[in-house]
Write a protein that binds this ligand. Sequence first.
Ligand code: CMP
Length: 136
Amino acid sequence: MSNVQNTLSIIKPDAVERNLVDEIKIIFRKNNLEIKESKKIHITKEEAAEFYKVHQSKPFYNDLCSYLSSGPIVVMILSGENAVLKNRKVMGATDPKKAEENTIRKLYGISIDKNSVHGSDSIQNAKIEIDFFFKN
Ligand code: CMP
């Protein structure tokens, strides 16, 4: 039985700044993650705080929100079989030092903060995160 899902992906400021958008999109497509929507935006710190509010009790929350709003990002809807989990595998571990070979974070991540990409961690959060950026 097919299990096509949508998930939200963000190419973060460190990767946009280094012109890695096309390379990262190629990796998604190679892994059968279709890019259904894509837009380049620059969000405010308040918007970043709303997006990352699940992390509001964490010590890194303030820096995280400053960082995501520090420059342009590319937000995308990815679609495919088991897209939520597939995208997380393609991205690799949050900390690039711990990510597997050939994952996006291993290839391009600089640090746990500048880890090049974000991806939804569950089907439920994928719906919330897609609505956040793509609901009119
Ligand atoms: P992301 O998948 O966008 O979700 C939250 C982000 O917080 C995460 O990627 C990291 O870039 C960032 N972050 C910073 N410090 C930590 C930490 N100690 N543990 C987890 N995430 C962290």
